[in-house]
Write a new protein. Structure first.
Ligand SMILES: Cc1cc2nc3c(=O)[nH]c(=O)nc-3n(C[C@H](O)[C@H](O)[C@H](O)COP(=O)(O)OP(=O)(O)OC[C@H]3O[C@@H](n4cnc5c(N)ncnc54)[C@H](O)[C@@H]3O)c2cc1C
Length: 510
């Protein structure tokens, strides 16, 4: 131990396997996923209570699967509503683009798209955290400095209203500390900027009584003097997001001016303004998401204009990717792995390479929708980006694969694809049956050739008794897939030789 780390350890107030900076949706979800793997976490949060200003209003079925995994889906069902879709119209109300969401249950076992109120979600996550024996949450604690040694990482914190500071130690640190991340500054300040940067005013209102004529669709009023978005939120909440003009700021908008801006849709007799705020919509991705034992996730790692409702979703995707990898590094002794350092680096570096490619596709698509909103122009380029079918002016949701990462050496076409969640023959959804763990889905003819003891610890689902899973394999044209805990496919196989190779390789990763 160096003299410096001796000093730190003697001051250390508390320790955990993983220290998480920030208890927004990204940090909370990470802690709850790590709990599923038996990993202890300490969350350090600057604020005393959850951020009251509503920001996110949408998440999709992939994210609901993560919420299902951490055990909050049932509580969420009470406060969310199904979202039928989004329409883009020009100043004459002519439909430019329709992005409908299927009304039924999607292949992921949930509706494709939900509307929610971010403080409701954060409250449900906090309640779950406070019931967990493996998660400590320290609010009113601002992280001011981040250091790492060979075996651990240390956080220096300032407590609200107190002179003294505290020091915490963990094996890994994940900065889920939002757009102005202090952890990011210990990794890299370099970002890729995609160039979209605008100020928008957000006005949240509470209707005094129902106003069905506003409709359930999200409406994008494009190309107006002031482009505007209308969102049908749960209960009596409704939102308008309105583009600002150069020089305008929040103080420009008196109450009268706010009502004028939304006067086409609602009046003070019908609603109260719950809050208004100006946000800067940015489009950036950090160049580095890891430095040794330090990581960033969520808004700390990337920012997107909210036109697809994917900012928070991307943070949840980040931590679903990272949590099981961190857990493996914390849990496994791996005496048999000759070069443990190289194993850990391959595993942990794959977090950034897999996630950056995925989140970049969402950001680029959101920017192309932003261009449509600003100009009414449905150019070929922006349409292609957004998955738009020119004949029907209908848009489909994108489902980006992972970037190159784990399993790349298999050169398998299905690696990095998302796997659906059918209901199994027992009546339960796939993820409820197998949990946040790897699972082998295999056809009977291949299963009977497998050795009695698989080289990896994983659940096995034989399609002989699971016709829905057989259909999933048919769609992928394979006879077996190995799913990672985050439900992406590590690799697929059509014969026993390929399956053996896949399982051997997976021995390093799952
Ligand atoms: C108008 C608007 C609409 C949006 N709509 C959507 C949408 O529909 N769907 C969607 O998916 N996303 C949407 N987003 C984005 C979404 O709100 C964010 O992506 C999400 O809140 C990011 O979560 P996070 O946990 O990464 O960061 P944050 O929510 O910012 O949480 C970071 C936490 O870290 C704490 N913290 C910061 N620094 C420190 C420190 N030094 N020490 C200790 N704690 C610290 C903060 O107090 C905070 O609690 C929208 C955003 C806006 C502004």
């Amino acid at each position: 131990m160096t003299p410096a780390s001796q000093t730190l350890s003697s001051q250390c107030t508390s320790s955990a396997d993983v220290l998480i900076v920030g208890c927004g949706p990204t940090g909370s979800t990470l802690a709850l996923l790590l709990e599923q793997c038996g990993i202890s976490t300490l969350i350090l949060e600057r604020e005393q209570s959850i951020y009251p200003m509503p920001r996110a209003v949408h998440f999709d079925d992939h994210i609901m699967r993560v919420f299902q995994t951490i055990g909050v889906a049932e509580a969420l069902k009470q406060v969310i509503r199904y979202n039928p879709g989004m329409r883009f119209v020009d100043p004459q109300n002519k439909l430019l683009l329709d992005w409908p969401r299927p009304q039924g249950i999607s292949e992921n076992g949930w509706h494709s798209s939900y509307r929610f109120h971010q403080p409701d979600l954060e409250k449900i996550l906090r309640d779950k955290i406070s019931a967990s024996p493996l998660i400590q949450l320290k609010t009113g604690t601002q992280v001011t400095d981040v250091q790492q040694g060979h075996n651990d990482a240390t956080l220096h914190c300032q407590l609200n209203n107190k002179e003294n500071s505290e020091v915490y130690r963990g094996r890994y640190v994940v900065g889920c500390d939002g757009a102005n991340s202090v952890v990011r500054s210990s990794i890299s300040q370099q970002v890729v900027d995609f160039g979209f940067n605008e100020h928008w005013l957000v006005i949240d209102v509470l209707l005094k009584h129902d106003k069905p004529e506003l409709g359930d669709y999200t409406m994008q009023h494009c190309g107006r003097h002031r482009p505007a978005t209308y969102v049908r939120c749960p209960g009596f909440r409704r939102r308008w997001e309105i583009a600002l003009q150069p020089g305008e700021q929040h103080s420009t908008f008196t109450d009268d001016k706010l009502w004028q801006l939304i006067g086409d849709w609602v009046s003070p007799q019908e609603a109260i303004i719950e809050r208004s705020a100006v946000y800067e919509f940015k489009s950036q991705v950090s160049r580095r998401w890891r430095n040794g034992r330090l990581f960033i996730a969520g808004d700390a790692a990337h920012l997107t204009p909210p036109f697809m409702g994917q900012g928070m979703c991307a943070g949840v995707r980040d931590v679903a990717n990272l949590a099981w990898k961190l857990a493996l590094c914390c849990n496994r002794a791996q005496p048999d792995i000759a070069n443990r350092e190289s194993y850990i680096n391959t595993l942990l570096d794959s977090y950034q390479s897999e996630r950056i490619a995925n989140v970049t596709q969402y950001i680029e698509t959101a920017i192309s929708l932003g261009e449509l909103i600003n100009t009414c122009s449905t150019t070929q380029q922006s349409n292609n980006q957004a998955g738009v079918d020119n004949n029907t002016v209908k848009m489909k949701s994108i489902v980006p694969t992972l970037g190159e990462g784990l399993g790349a050496e298999l050169a398998c076409e299905v690696t990095g694809y998302w796997f659906p969640q059918p209901r199994l023959s027992c009546g339960d959804l796939l993820d409820d049956v197998v949990g946040y763990k790897p699972v082998l889905v295999v056809r009977p003819e291949l299963w009977k050739l497998c050795p009695d003891n698989l080289p990896i610890p994983c659940a096995v689902l034989n399609t002989v008794s699971e016709p829905e899973l057989a259909t999933c394999l048919d769609a992928l044209s394979v006879s077996a897939v190995l799913l990672r805990p985050d439900r992406y496919i590590l690799g697929g196989a059509t014969d026993i030789k390929a399956l053996e190779t896949l399982l051997f390789l997976a021995g390093n990763y799952v």
